[in-house]
Design a protein around this ligand. Structure first.
Ligand SMILES: Cc1cc2nc3c(=O)[nH]c(=O)nc-3n(C[C@H](O)[C@H](O)[C@H](O)COP(=O)(O)O)c2cc1C
Length: 211
């Protein structure tokens, strides 16, 4: 089949303003739970877009590690490509695509590092192999070959044989504080439902967008 002919008709569900709570976190929570119950692979995988100082965007997939009314948290290398971009321009866009549910959620917001205590707590909850991996990888830097990584990994496995592995200073969390959410439910004939929440004058305002 040619790529141009690839398409499906979305028929599973609808999203009405009557279904939409006042609080977008509540709707996100409901949809996230439904994505989890549907046993989607990695429902917490999200696209994270950043913008550099020249206004050029970059995007990549990251894993969401928690959310509540304080925001949406992910962990990464502070000295990575995205880390430098967020330091210069602390705004991001997140996108979740749950194909099996014919749903997308878009979030836009400001971003800041979480506290050291929060990064430490999550870091120490990770499997030891992942903790060592965070020490091994100079994320986003050019490296000569894979063997260098594996050698450093072996060295650090020996170094950190016992006791707690310290969190590297260059590794930790970020929290995104949303100023907009958009919930997209696929519908037949491309007449999809799009409900958008924007935070204005200290409250969330709901509107419907054309598909
Ligand atoms: C499913 C999936 C989950 C990922 N989760 C993370 C993550 O939570 N943290 C992270 O730093 N990179 C994660 N990555 C790797 C990133 O997509 C990316 O390659 C890396 O963070 C470097 O991005 P940067 O060069 O833009 O900084 C994940 C990749 C995939 C495909």
């Amino acid at each position: 089949m040619s790529i141009a002919q690839m398409r499906i008709e979305y028929r599973q569900a609808e999203l009405t303003q009557a279904d939409a709570p006042q609080d977008p976190y509540q709707l996100f929570s409901r949809w996230f739970e439904e994505a989890t119950l549907a046993e989607l692979p990695e429902p917490n995988a999200m696209n994270v877009a950043t913008v550099n100082a020249e206004g050029r965007p970059a995007a990549r997939t990251l894993l969401l590690k928690g959310f509540d009314h304080q925001g949406f948290v992910f962990f990464t290398n502070y000295a990575s490509h995205k880390g430098f971009e967020m330091a210069k321009n602390p705004f991001v866009a997140l996108t979740f695509y749950w194909a099996e549910l014919e749903r997308q959620v878009r979030i836009e917001g400001s971003v800041e590092k979480v506290s050291d205590a929060e990064s430490d707590e999550y870091f120490h909850s990770r499997p030891r192999g992942s903790q060592i991996g965070a020490h091994v990888s100079p994320q986003s830097q050019k490296i000569a070959n894979r063997a260098l990584l594996e050698k450093r990994h072996q060295e650090l496995v020996l170094t950190f044989q016992e006791g707690q592995i310290p969190r590297p200073e260059h590794w930790g969390g970020y929290r995104v504080t949303p100023f907009s959410f958009e919930f997209w439910q696929g519908r037949p004939s491309r007449l999809h439902d799009r409900l958008c929440y924007t935070f204005e004058q200290s409250d969330w305002h709901l509107s419907r967008l054309a598909p």
